[in-house]
Each structure stands twice: as structure tokens, then as C-alpha cells.
Write a protein that binds this ligand. Structure first.
Ligand code: IMP
Length: 198
């Protein structure tokens, strides 16, 4: 059965295909000819994930899932949350999608804070045979005071998952995927789809 993953990220597509196996044909936005920027204007991760999946269903008539991830830092009241990808942009219009600027801002905001606990949260929305479902994956951890490692992307150099003495950027992809927010949400989606198709 064919299902669309509302993403242009080849790495995410490959990861989901590996977990889902051959029974599902997972295609990306490029594969269905969707080149427009799908709006992500909601105030929550759930809202954004649903907005993307509904867009594909409405415009292309295909079953679909979409994800949205946020970094929620306790001492910052859950920020940057839904603004994680564009955190630095909130304070400087000249910056666009810049991981380095995002991390600098985060480290600066936490400079005098004793509590450095944080979590990554991924929400996956699924539209399947006319029903909507949400799946959540959480990875608890702390924000380090300086960068370490070279793997991964985004905030990986400063995020250390709970129970580990290394940050995400010091882990190989498989090790990170097994405990990451996105990995956990994806596992839940996959288990649900497999059960439904049994
Ligand atoms: P997205 O919803 O997957 O695009 O994630 C939003 C933003 O969260 C990204 O632009 C990254 O800055 C950050 N992010 C998401 N997942 C990770 C991760 O696994 N490691 C580090 N940063 C992440």
C-alpha cells in the first residue's frame, strides 16, 4: 500500500522505509509532484503536523503522515518548542534556518540557569482511510554548556540524552535513532500501521 510522508528530507524518508518494510510504499513530496511550501503556521507541534498531512490529503487525495519536532527547555518555559527550527530568527530577522545561531542563542539564554533539563518531542500525524491519528515520541536530556561531537544536525552538539555521557552529535545514527524522539514516534506509527494491515 502507498502512503505519503510529507517531507523533502531524504534521510527521514530512508529511515521510515527501513522500519516499515516492503508492505508499505513510502513516497515523499517530490514523488507526488508537490513542490510548493506547505504552510506550518500552527501554534503547536500537533497543529503543524496535522496541517501538513491535511494539506496533502486535500490537494492530492492520498493517505499521508507528517512530523514536527520541537526542543522544550524547562528553564525557558518550554521554549523554543514550536519555534525550534527558527529560534534565532525570532530575535534577528536577518538569520534563516541557522543551527549555529540557534545553539548560540540557546546557550546564551541558559548561561545563568541552574536547571538545564530539556526534551525533544516529535509529533507524527497520520491521515489513514479517512481517520486522523497522532503519535508522540519524547527524548529527555540536558543542554550542555558547550558543543561536542560532529555527527547529526540541528542541536545535536548540545543535547545529551538522559542516561548517557555523550551528546547526540557523538553518537552514530543507529544509536541515536534507537532512543531519539523521532525514532520513538516513528516506531509507534509503524507498529500501528502494521497492526492495521495484518
Ligand atoms: P523538524 O520538525 O524535524 O524539521 O525539526 C525542527 C527543528 O528541530 C530542526 O530544524 C532542528 O533544529 C531541530 N531538531 C529536530 N530533530 C532534531 C534532532 O534529532 N537533533 C537535533 N535537532 C533536531
Amino acid at each position: 500500500m502507498k502512503i505519503v510522508f510529507a517531507t523533502n528530507n531524504a534521510h527521514k524518508l530512508q529511515e521510515v522505509r527501513q522500519i516499515l518494510g516492503e508492505r508499505f510504499e513510502v513516497v515523499g513530496l517530490a514523488d507526488i509532484g508537490c513542490t510548493e511550501d506547505i504552510p506550518e503556521t500552527a501554534e503547536t507541534l500537533e497543529g503543524n503536523a496535522l496541517q501538513k498531512a491535511r494539506y496533502v490529503k486535500e490537494h492530492y487525495g492520498l493517505d499521508c503522515f507528517a512530523d514536527d519536532t520541537g526542543l522544550e527547555v524547562a528553564a525557558l518555559g518550554g521554549a523554543p518548542g514550536v519555534h525550534t527550527a527558527r529560534y534565532a530568527e525570532l530575535f534577528d530577522n536577518g538569520i534563516t534556518h541557522d543551527s549555529d545561531a540557534n545553539m548560540n542563542l540557546l546557550l546564551q539564554k541558559l548561561e545563568k540557569k541552574a536547571d538545564r533539563s530539556a526534551r525533544f518531542r516529535t509529533v507524527i500525524s497520520l491521515i489513514y482511510k479517512g481517520e486522523e491519528h497522532l503519535f508522540e515520541g519524547i527524548c529527555e536530556g540536558t543542554i550542555l554548556s558547550e558543543r561536542h561531537g560532529t555527527e547529526g544536525f540541528g542541536y545535536d552538539p548540545v543535547f545529551q540524552p538522559k542516561g548517557y555521557d555523550r551528546c547526540f552529535a557523538q553518537m552514530k545514527a543507529e544509536e541515536k535513532n534507537a532512543i531519539s524522539h523521532r525514532g520513538r514516534a516513528t516506531q509507534k506509527l509503524v507498529e500501528w500501521l502494521r497492526k492495521r494491515e495484518e
